[in-house]
Design a protein around this ligand. Structure first.
Ligand code: MRU
Length: 370
């Protein structure tokens, strides 16, 4: 998608220097546009841990390219062991998004029969590029399936503006391109359907305020920023037609882990009879966990709550304290919305009920359990 009218993906390898991989630095968006270059698996680990990149799909793509960088940096004699160690390093960066381990394991599997380093590098690059391309393509397909849900509401409303609420950033910045929750919105725009997006600010990291509002603005989609607590009020007053969010991990039984606060939006949507959709590529399903309560929930530093980053009048990016010094803060990154509150999942293969039987029927090749 576009930033200042130029098309970008969130991650790319520079063709004339294939030893390097570049990402957009999301810590400083929307105040400034800058990129970070990775040369080693440690760099890839660090950009994920420090949230230079974030969002399930992009974390997965970064993990894939991180494994390619691991191949480039592996020793000639011990490259298989080096790859296993790099996969463990990458997986330790953040706990909740499934795509991180999924991508590292996919590269390990693809390279398991490589006989020498040259073959290893070639295979790892091919697979990492396939993961990134697939992520973009699957999001595009999510858009094509999800747009029918928006269109149905638009028709029912006599073609008046469809108001969609979203939480956090499951936009193209959280993936390689298009986004999951935003892909149906971009597809609706392309089909001439009038949409308006309520953007939850998404404290404490403000992915909604800094990233979702920014990327929607860049694409010319009408949007309004709201506090995290405003959604219920808007729903009670008929100002929300549907909710579409992303997910960092969804169990094969339909329980959805997403940015903290999502569960409360699902409860409010349920109470107000508003459809609550979750958009995800199949790489975000956890095919092993049966219960959402078993999903590891990241706990981050309390400093993210007691301080806030913004830009001053002089265009200087600054971090300021919001609280009394030494205020104790607990920073849970994600919560789990039980399947019963999810109207449906929007995947690259179509819209599916958030329940095991339906999910297994749509993705039979991934089912480890009956
Ligand atoms: O902590 P983050 O920014 O990596 O969290 C990810 C998210 O942005 C959201 O939870 C998102 O809605 C789902 S990830 C596509």
């Amino acid at each position: 998608m576009k930033i200042h009218d130029k098309h970008y993906r969130t991650i790319w390898s520079t063709e004339d220097t294939p030893a390097l991989v570049e990402v957009i630095d999301q810590r400083v968006l929307p105040f400034t546009f800058t990129t970070v270059t990775m040369a080693t698996p440690q760099d890839a680990h660090d950009v994920i841990k420090d949230m230079v990149v974030r969002g399930a799909g992009l974390i997965g793509a970064t993990s894939g390219y991180g494994m390619y960088l691991a191949a480039l940096n592996a020793s000639d004699a011990n490259f298989k062991q080096d790859m296993i160690e790099s996969a463990a390093l990458l997986k330790s960066a953040r706990p909740t998004a499934t795509n991180l381990a999924w991508a590292a394991d996919r590269i390990l599997k693809a390279t398991s029969d490589c006989l020498n380093k040259e073959e290893l590098i070639k295979t790892a690059f091919k697979e990492a590029s396939a993961i990134a391309d697939e992520d973009a393509e699957f999001c595009r397909q999510i858009g094509l399936h999800g747009v029918d849900l928006i269109k149905a509401i638009w028709e029912k409303k006599g073609r008046r503006t469809v108001n969609i609420l979203t939480h956090c950033n499951a936009g193209w910045l959280a993936f390689v391109d298009y986004g999951s929750a935003t892909a149906p919105i971009y597809a609706a725009r392309d089909q001439g359907i009038d949409v308006h997006v309520w953007v939850d600010e998404t404290r404490p990291w403000n992915q909604g305020a800094r990233l979702t509002a920014f990327e929607l603005q860049q694409e010319g989609i009408a949007n309004t920023l709201i506090t995290d607590n405003a959604g219920g009020h808007l729903m009670q007053h008929g100002e929300v037609d549907m909710v579409i969010v992303g997910t960092d991990r969804t169990t094969h039984t339909g329980d959805v882990a997403n940015k903290i606060g999502t569960y409360l939006k699902a409860l409010a949507a349920h109470d107000n009879d508003i459809p609550f959709y979750v958009a995800l590529p199949s790489s975000t399903f956890d095919w092993k966990l049966d219960k959402g309560s078993d999903i590891p929930i990241e706990e981050r530093s309390g400093d993210e709550i007691t301080t806030i980053t913004g830009v001053s009048k002089n265009d200087i990016i600054e971090r300021v304290r919001l609280t009394a010094e030494n205020t104790k803060a607990a920073n849970y990154g994600f919560d789990v919305t039980p399947a019963r509150l999810v109207s449906a999942l929007i995947t690259e293969r179509g819209v599916v009920n958030a329940e095991k039987k339906a999910i297994h029927a749509m993705f039979p090749e991934n089912c480890l359990h009956s």
